[in-house]
Ligand binder design. Structure first.
Ligand code: ZN
Length: 199
């Protein structure tokens, strides 16, 4: 027997398919949404659609942005010869929040994971190599997470870039093992950046 009506079940299912939302949270959210005034629900729906339609990848660093080139890449005051490689836009935001990193970024949108079947061609790695060929880049700072996937990705990138003569560094392990960059405080992030070593 179905506990709720079809549309509610469907809503719960949709919400439960989002990351970090379990069955319980999904049904709580679903009922919350149903009880909101129609205008609020419409606003939420419009906001979702607007974000989906307007947000795209920066043509240089591949972070999510609403223009062709993101604010960091289009900023002349940034050091465009230093590129920090991060796994996602949230990690970029974490470093941007420190306000101390003056270089630019490259967002991979994932990490290599043989276990999950995610290979080098499934992340924005080819684009990074292309960038190294065309731009004047003197250092690539690998700031992937210190998880198994993050380390595997760092090693892979390092091996790939080394022959080009570009300096490759890895942020220090002030970042706890298995830790997500976005959850780490700014002081730790900066310490990890300052303590980076050549690999
Ligand atoms: Zn960019």
């Amino acid at each position: 027997m179905e506990l709720y009506s079809g549309p509610i079940n469907k809503l719960i299912e949709e919400l439960a398919s989002l990351p970090g939302i379990g069955e319980k949270s999904a049904s709580r959210l679903a009922f919350h949404l149903i009880n909101l005034p129609t205008s609020r629900v419409q606003r939420l729906a419009d906001t979702l659609m607007e974000a989906k339609e307007k947000v795209r990848y920066c043509s240089t660093c591949f972070t999510l942005t609403d223009g062709d080139v993101c604010p960091v890449c289009s900023n002349d005051k940034r050091d465009h010869s230093t590129v920090m490689v991060v796994e996602n836009s949230r990690d970029l935001a974490a470093y941007e929040k420190t306000g101390k990193y003056m270089g630019v970024y490259h967002v991979l949108h994932g990490a290599i994971s043989p276990m999950l079947g995610i290979g080098p061609s499934d992340i924005r790695l080819k684009e990074l190599i292309e960038r190294l060929k065309s731009d004047e880049i003197s250092e690539v700072i690998i700031a992937t997470n210190s998880s198994l996937e993050g380390e595997t990705t760092a090693m892979y990138i390092s091996k790939l870039i080394k022959p080009t003569g570009v300096k490759v560094t890895r942020i220090a392990s002030g970042v706890p093992v298995g830790g997500d960059l976005e959850c780490i405080d700014e002081v730790t992030l900066l310490r990890a950046l300052e303590g980076r070593t050549e690999i």
